[in-house]
Design a protein around this ligand. Structure first.
Ligand code: UT7
Length: 323
C-alpha cells in the first residue's frame, strides 16, 4: 500500500516579538483581557522587508534539512497562504525557484486557517495516486499586513510565521502502526463567508483590505466542527482517542483548543499549545506547533498525531498521522 510519510518538519518566526503590554499602549486592551480570553501572551511580526515567501523559504529549508532531502528531489510543493506576496503567480512558485526545485509542480492553496490541513490532503492524495513522490507542504502568513491595527477585536489575535513539512512516498502493509498519513478529512460551509473575511480584494475593491471577524460566531462553530471532523478522521484511520499521543491543533484560542480536546477525549497533557507564544498564525500554526513539539522532544518517531483546524469560509479539516 502506497502512503505518504512525514519525514521532516521546519519552522520560522520573525525576530520581532510584540507583547500584549506593548499592544495595550496603542489600543484599548490589556494583557489580562487577551490572556484570559485567548491564552495569547505575544506574537511575532515580520519586518517591513520580509514577505510571506521569505518566511516560507526559511521554514522550508529547515524542513528539508530535518528530512535530509535536497530541494532537487521535490516534485510537489503545496503552499497554504491567505497572505500571498502578489495576486499572482502563486507564492509557491517563488519559493520553488529560491529553494532550487527545478522540476515538478508548485502551487498555492487558499483555505485560510485550515490551509495546512488542505495542503496535507492535496499532497497526500497526489502522493498516494503516484502523481508525486516527494512533497513539501508549507503554511506561511504575514497577517500583520491585513490586520486593522485600530480594531482591538481582531488585531490582538494574530501573528506572522511559517512552518513546513516534507512528505515522501512509501510502500508498506498499510496498518495503523506503520508510519504515514493515515487519513485526512476536509469540509466547508460557505454560508458563513461573512463570519471571517477580508473586506478587500482584486475583484471587489482593488485593495488588499482588512480582516473582519464575528469572533463569537466563529467560536461557536469551531468547537463543534473541529471535534466532529477530527472524530471522522480518527474513525477513518481506525484509531481511538486513547491511542492518540498528541493533538496538534490550530492555535487560535486556548479555550477552543481545550474544549475540542475535551470533546475528543484527548487530555490537555497530550496537546501541543503554542498560541501563547505565536498567537494565531493561520495556515502556519499547525506546522509551527508540530515543529515546537518535535524540537523540544515531546513528539517522537512512531507517535500518533491528530491535527485539526478551522478558518474563514468557513473551512475546516483534520488529519491523523503516524510519525
Ligand atoms: O483562526 C480562525 C478562527 N478564529 C477563531 O477561532 C476565533 C474565534 N473567536 C474567539 O476566539 C473569541 O470569540 C474572541 C477571542 C475573538 C473574543 O472572545 P469572546 O469571549 O467571544 O469576547 P467577545 O467578542 O464576546 O467580547 C467580550 C467583550 C466585549 O465588550 P462588551 O460588549 O461585553 O462590553 C468586547 O468589546 O470584550 C470586548 N473586547 C475587548 N476588550 C479588551 C473585544 N476585544 C477586546 C480586546 N481588549 N482586545
Amino acid at each position: 500500500m502506497r502512503r505518504s510519510r512525514l519525514v521532516g518538519c521546519g519552522a520560522y518566526l520573525p525576530d520581532r516579538v510584540l507583547g500584549n503590554d506593548e499592544l495595550s499602549t496603542r489600543i484599548d486592551t490589556s494583557d489580562e483581557w487577551i490572556r484570559t480570553r485567548t491564552g495569547i501572551r505575544q506574537r511575532h511580526v515580520a519586518a517591513d522587508d520580509q514577505l510571506t515567501s521569505d518566511l516560507a523559504c526559511a521554514a522550508s529549508r529547515a524542513a528539508l534539512e530535518a528530512a535530509g532531502i535536497g530541494a532537487g528531489k521535490l516534485d510537489l510543493l503545496v503552499l497554504a497562504t491567505s497572505t500571498p506576496d502578489n495576486t499572482f503567480p502563486a507564492t509557491a512558485t517563488k519559493v520553488q525557484a529560491r529553494l532550487g526545485m527545478t522540476g515538478g509542480i508548485a502551487f498555492d492553496v487558499q483555505a485560510v486557517c485550515a490551509g495546512f490541513v488542505c495542503a496535507l490532503q492535496v499532497a497526500d492524495s497526489m502522493v498516494r495516486s503516484g502523481a508525486a513522490d516527494t512533497a513539501l507542504i508549507v503554511g506561511a502568513e504575514t497577517y500583520s499586513r491585513i490586520l486593522d491595527w485600530d480594531d482591538r477585536q481582531t488585531c490582538v489575535l494574530f501573528g506572522d510565521g511559517a512552518g513546513a513539512a516534507v512528505l515522501r512516498a512509501e510502500t508498506g502493509a498499510g496498518s495503523t502502526e506503520d508510519s504515514g498519513v493515515l487519513s485526512v478529512r476536509m469540509r466547508s460551509d460557505g454560508r458563513h463567508y461573512q463570519a471571517l473575511y477580508v473586506d478587500g480584494g482584486v475583484s471587489s475593491t482593488q485593495t488588499s483590505g482588512h480582516l473582519r471577524m464575528q469572533g463569537r460566531e466563529v467560536f461557536r462553530h469551531a468547537v463543534a466542527n473541529l471535534a466532529e471532523i477530527a472524530g471522522e478522521a480518527m474513525d477513518a484511520a481506525g484509531v481511538a482517542a486513547d491511542e492518540v499521543d498528541w493533538l496538534v491543533p490550530h492555535q487560535a484560542n486556548r479555550r477552543i483548543i481545550d474544549a475540542t480536546g475535551k470533546k475528543l477525549g484527548i487530555p490537555a497533557e497530550k496537546t501541543i499549545v503554542t498560541v501563547d507564544r505565536h498567537a494565531n498564525t493561520s495556515s502556519a500554526s499547525i506546522p509551527l506547533a508540530l515543529s515546537a513539539g518535535i524540537d523540544d522532544g515531546r513528539i517522537t518517531p512512531g507517535d500518533l498525531l491528530v491535527v485539526e483546524a478551522i478558518g474563514g469560509g468557513l473551512v475546516w479539516g483534520a488529519g491523523v498521522i503516524r510519525l
